[in-house]
Design a protein around this ligand. Structure first.
Ligand SMILES: *Cc1c(COP(=O)(O)O)cnc(C)c1O
Length: 440
């Protein structure tokens, strides 16, 4: 948030002059974990409050009429670069601006926007990019609501789509993009790792393929849903993506107590998305933005601990006699997994804490296991402080046709687990007794 903005807003003279937040010390660029405590907020402009107040206001006072006109020139896109100050809370507010500044830091993004949910972020992205007759090329599978949005909702407005499997090779991606290139490809949309298969997308190959097949103004941006591994373990802007999408409901929020979304990326694309958000009002509210600021302070702590816990739990589960297989990114090796292991090595610096557990048996065994859990909660979602377990075939993917379920490996013996920040040995004790309870 700019100084000018905050002064405009509060209209109060600061009673104290605390030191402003710094982003570097003696040429050393400070790390995200450090910057989350101060970046983008100046206590001097809010009566010295260490934490930003929650700004509950629907509108902002202009210093004079000419400034009001300039603001609207920015908001409406008449003048590039967006508004220079705050105008109206459907466009932005102080809490959301600080949140957006801090979100950008995690991926070195030029710009970021906050949304009322992951899905409203994705919908706003799509609406800002596509028109009737355009094609969206996407990796598959995608988050179920995203697939619905593309095929069933945008489809009603004459938008086409083509997909390639998440683990596709360069040649397979080339084939789909070449086919799509006969029409206007508005957007290449990826999700990695895919849910619930955990299949990783080769973002570098998609980017190289896009650059080989499309030139100049025809070149579609690459957007990727980075909810599962970002921002700690996967930074796709470094591998050729132009835009990164988040359900901030998951790891970023991290406490299973809010719903929000984010999009990060290059300024030019973000300006297009901002215009759409300004129009339809899919921004998150100030209270949620404040909660997310609190969450971001512990993001690295929480994700690191969850990741360490998951590694310990998966090592235990892999060796248990009631377990058929553990689909955990940290176990990718050679053989059948060689290609996925190669993508993992080039793109990721951590295996995350959400994985697939295939039990011996079917639905009865999976349900017996889930019902016996004492610490892990039986709920959909992921990325919270608490460990969650669910049954995709009977829950999140219940409406997926059987043939597609089989193709995606969504079997009746599959349990999805998101590991939290509890004590790892306590979690192992819980999984151990639940596995023992399967036999009845
Ligand atoms: C949860 C989720 C979404 C949707 O986010 P909401 O915040 O629930 O709207 C999108 N993509 C992925 C990968 C998700 O896990």
């Amino acid at each position: 948030m700019t100084k000018e903005t905050e002064a405009d807003l509060t209209g109060v003279e600061a009673r104290v002059s605390p030191k402003p937040a710094v982003d570097e010390i003696g040429g050393r660029k400070l790390k995200p974990a450090t910057l989350m405590m101060g970046h983008g907020y100046d206590p001097a402009l809010s009566e010295g409050a260490l934490k930003p107040p929650i700004f509950l206001t629907s509108t902002f006072v202009f210093p004079n009429a000419a400034a009001g006109k300039r603001h609207f020139e920015g908001v409406t896109g008449k003048r590039p670069g967006g508004a220079e100050g705050l105008v109206y809370s459907r466009f932005n507010g102080p809490n959301q601006e600080i949140l957006e500044d801090r979100l950008s830091i995690w991926e070195d993004a030029e710009d970021a926007l906050a949304f009322s949910s992951g899905m409203s972020a994705i919908a706003t992205l799509f609406l800002s990019m596509v028109k009737p007759g355009d094609t969206i090329v996407h990796s598959g599978p995608l988050y179920a609501a995203t697939e619905t949005l593309i095929a069933r909702i945008l489809g009603r407005f004459g938008v086409h789509w083509l997909d390639f499997p998440a683990g596709a090779t360069r040649e397979e991606i080339d084939a789909v993009l070449s086919k799509a290139a006969s029409g206007n490809v508005a957007l290449i949309y990826l999700e990695s790792p895919a849910n619930p298969t955990n299949a990783l997308v080769d973002v570098e190959a998609v980017s190289a393929s896009r650059d080989a097949i499309f030139t100049g103004a025809n070149k579609p941006p690459i957007a990727i849903d980075n909810t599962f591994l970002g921002p700690l373990w996967h930074k796709p802007l470094r591998h050729g993506a132009d835009l990164v999408v988040y359900s901030l409901t998951k790891y970023a929020g991290g406490h299973s107590d809010l719903v929000a979304g984010g999009v990060l990326g290059s300024k030019a694309h973000m300006d297009t998305i901002r215009l759409m958000r300004n129009t339809i009002g899919t921004i998150c509210d100030p209270n949620t933005a404040w909660m997310l600021l609190r969450s971001l302070e512990t993001l690295e702590l929480r994700m690191s601990r969850a990741g360490e816990n998951a590694a310990k739990v998966c090592a235990f589960l892999r060796d248990h006699s009631a377990v058929e297989k553990v689909g955990y990114l940290g176990f990718l090796e050679g053989g059948q997994d060689a290609r996925q292991a190669d993508i993992y090595r080039r793109h990721c610096n951590g295996a995350g804490s959400t994985f697939s557990l295939y039990l011996k048996g079917g639905e009865a065994e999976a349900f017996a296991f889930l019902d016996a859990l004492k610490i892990a909660k039986l709920a959909v979602s992921l990325g919270g402080t608490e460990t969650l377990a669910s049954h995709p075939a009977a829950m999140t993917h219940l409406s997926v046709p059987d043939a597609r379920k089989a193709a995606l490996g969504i079997t009746d013996n599959l349990v999805r687990i998101s590991i939290g920040v509890e004590d790892a040995d306590d979690l192992i004790a819980d999984f151990s007794q639940a596995l023992d309870a399967i036999g009845g």
